[in-house]
Design a protein around this ligand. Sequence first.
Ligand SMILES: CC(C)(COP(=O)(O)OP(=O)(O)OC[C@H]1O[C@@H](n2cnc3c(N)ncnc32)[C@H](O)[C@@H]1OP(=O)(O)O)[C@@H](O)C(=O)NCCC(=O)NCCS
Length: 216
Amino acid sequence: MAAFCRSRGTAIVVLQAEYIYGIPTKIMNFDILIQRLVGRATCRLGEGSRLSRSARIRNIAGDTERILIGRNTFVRGELMTFGHGGRIVLGDWCYVGEGTRIWSAASITIGSRVLVSHSVNIFDNLTHPLGASQRHQQTRAILERGHPRELALGEQPVTIHDDAWIGAGAFVLRGVTLGQGAIVAAGAVVTKDVPPFSIVAGNPAVIVRELSPDEL
Ligand SMILES: CC(C)(COP(=O)(O)OP(=O)(O)OC[C@H]1O[C@@H](n2cnc3c(N)ncnc32)[C@H](O)[C@@H]1OP(=O)(O)O)[C@@H](O)C(=O)NCCC(=O)NCCS
């Protein structure tokens, strides 16, 4: 396989390389490669885990330990930790679909065998201050200098337990815990905890039913 990397106007062609910067070329994500070439922290990737070409790792504080991915997990979406805080932990055999954004300023902990569909948003914070003046300051800082290192965004950790499934286009908001095997219906906006093995739907999401024993 040939891999191409453009750096300062120079095209580098790496032919037949099995690994570039420790990443097998068959699963190469060029965003990660470029970040590693310029010495930026990205994430810790467990054995057998993969980042697709559409995946983005935005580790703004620059500490690799803030984004931890277990084994055999496949990420096609974006994992972002803010400049002032945040930690994302993904377990084993998870899937994160394309267009999904998991943005942490506190902590987002996802267990094993969790299926996060495409175009899902999971936030453990407000993302912007509620006050207009502070919001403008934050926006200006991001545009002019990058994400601020000191900020309060109403952070509340999110926990998603093993075997949960989050349907396409759903939102999981700050402070929420999804119980083991919980299912979030497509397009739901989850603002409150979801008990294990129950299905929530709608905006705001409410329990629509519980899984029957033969569905477990
Ligand atoms: C959650 C889901 C799995 C439930 O499927 P189901 O077992 O057939 O659900 P039911 O038909 O028993 O639904 C129970 C109730 O929830 C409602 N409901 C189901 N999904 C809903 C949704 N996405 N939004 C709003 N209400 C929904 C149903 O209308 C039904 O309401 P009612 O009791 O008033 O008639 C399915 O609706 C869904 O959203 N799947 C996500 C698929 C997806 O995102 N795939 C992407 C690839 S991973």
